[in-house]
Design a protein around this ligand. Structure first.
Ligand code: PLP
Length: 484
């Protein structure tokens, strides 16, 4: 016990020294939990790591296991309903993001999307949604029984990526469909393309339909004016943020924000979350959300973010000057998040570039397509890393790395116009059979097929499988279809 207390004093000192300008009640509560160890006759059964597998304990450290606890114990508060330090931490998050209410999610933004689908679907059958939505949006529709009205964003053909969503397409869909429960937009895209959310929100208001924005990849936007404006301030009713992606919290932890004047009832969101969320929420994950928010609000965090933005600008400028390197930039049609840099190198597919960077340069990128790779400039990246990244790409562009599959393997993102013949939920719960891929043409899909990352669907339950789909299904031998 004495040993643990000595360690705590050090922990408290260092935490207090770094961030004196912000509050993090959940981090403090967890610190107190650690400071005042109790004899545990409760979950988790590893009992502060005493009963953990030793190599694992050695790997993650004793402290991580001592801090691994759930809500309810030792004045930590509860998640559902939110009480104590958890409630306080959620309130501080709402204030930081400018929301009416903010909810901590321990199942990623996936959980936020499922919650919103469940809450809204009973208010109308149809959901206007962009085709390049994340598969959790589709899962939400399978759960709720909603009928998707697909919006096809612009295509950036040379990059084989989806681009921005045209507001006029949303208006057209709203005009042509009644019984619409919500408009559900992904912004930004995984690669950082930003749509005109203000214009879309104004249209939704005109038609009195709520707007949900899956801003999973945009949680930093609120904290620096050189980033796009968050949908929270552009008229969205609900916004989902994956803090764990770029905000600095631990994997799996996200936030769902209900905006001021939202058409969503926060109490209903809370009740629905209670149905879907784990009943043993990890304090470490929740404290990491509190910590990430505090960090982004602190002077240190603000410096980190503006440095990351400067680095991103620098990388873009330097890479654009290298012959044979192409960088996706904003144009007159769309804005972009500067920190997400999609590049291609002439003569190499994205997958080959990814493996060269990994094997020869020890650089791991966010993702790779057949065309290019996505680099994320994070708040934690250093100047040395940035310079090394630029040098490495320059070396690759100036070497004669070859890619024998370059031409043949260049396949485009699944940009097939969906032919819906059955409601996704109905199809998902229908009798199914598995058939060879080639024999699936002309049949109705019974499964979600989505490459991850970025988790954008090629096919979903209830859609007609056509010849057009086959090039995107290379990794599949068989497909689940509706039984004839
Ligand atoms: C646009 C979008 N929404 C939602 C999600 C799901 O997020 P999470 O991994 O936090 O569940 C992702 C994941 O990549 C995503 O890209």
């Amino acid at each position: 016990m004495l040993k643990a207390k000595t360690k705590i004093r050090k922990f408290r000192k260092s935490a207090a020294n770094i961030h004196t300008d912000v509050k993090a009640p959940l981090v403090e509560a967890l610190e107190n939990f650690y400071k005042n160890p109790m004899m545990q006759f409760h979950i988790p059964g590893h009992t502060g790591g005493r009963a953990s597998y030793q190599p694992f304990k050695k790997l993650v450290g004793n402290k991580a296991l001592l801090l691994d606890t759930t809500d309810e114990f030792d004045n930590l508060g509860t998640l559902h309903p939110a009480t104590g330090p958890i409630k306080e931490a959620q309130e501080l998050a709402a204030k930081a993001f400018g929301a009416q209410r903010t909810f901590f999610l321990l199942g990623g933004s996936t959980l936020g999307n499922l919650t919103l689908a469940m809450c809204q679907s009973k208010k109308g059958k149809k959901v206007i949604v962009n085709r390049n939505c994340h598969r959790s949006v589709l899962t939400g529709m399978i759960i709720s029984g909603a009928e998707p009205v697909w919006i096809l964003p612009e295509k950036l053909n040379e990059w084989s990526l989806w681009g921005e969503i045209e507001p006029s397409e949303i208006e057209k869909a709203l005009k042509e469909n009644d019984d619409v429960s919500m408009v559900w937009i992904t912004n930004p895209t995984y690669e950082g393309v930003v749509s005109d959310i203000k214009a879309i929100a104004d249209i939704c208001k005109k038609y009195d339909v709520p707007l949900v924005v899956d801003e999973a990849h945009g949680c930093l936007w609120n904290f620096n004016k050189n980033l796009p404006v968050s949908s929270l301030h552009l008229g969205a009713d609900a916004v989902v943020h994956s803090l764990h992606k770029t905000g600095g919290s631990m994997s799996q932890s996200s936030m769902l924000h209900i905006t001021e004047g939202s058409k969503f009832d926060p109490d209903e969101i809370e009740r629905t979350l209670q149905l879907l969320q784990t009943t043993s929420p990890s304090m470490l994950l929740m404290a990491s959300l509190d910590a990430a928010r505090a960090n982004l609000e602190s002077k240190k965090g603000k410096r980190q973010l503006s440095r990351a933005i400067q680095y991103a600008r620098f990388v873009r400028k330097k890479l654009a000057k290298i012959e044979g390197v192409n960088v996706l930039e904003a144009n007159e049609h769309f804005d972009r998040d500067i920190t997400k840099i999609f590049i291609s190198v002439d003569g190499l597919s994205g997958k080959r570039l990814e493996s060269i960077l990994e094997i020869d340069f020890d650089i791991e990128v966010e993702s790779a397509s057949d065309i290019g790779v996505l680099l994320l400039i994070n708040i934690g990246n250093t100047k040395q890393e940035i310079q090394y990244l630029i040098n490495s790409i320059e070396k690759i562009a100036n070497s004669n790395y070859s890619d024998i599959y370059y031409i043949e393997k260049r396949k485009h993102m699944p940009m097939v116009t969906p032919k819906i013949v059955m409601n996704p939920r109905e199809a998902y719960y229908s009798e199914k059979e598995t058939v060879e891929k080639e024999k699936a043409v002309g049949r109705i899909s019974a499964e979600v097929i989505a490459e991850c990352p970025p988790g954008i669907s090629i096919l979903l339950p209830g859609e007609l499988i056509t010849e057009e789909h086959l090039p995107y299904l290379n990794e599949y031998n068989c497909i689940e279809v509706i039984k004839n």
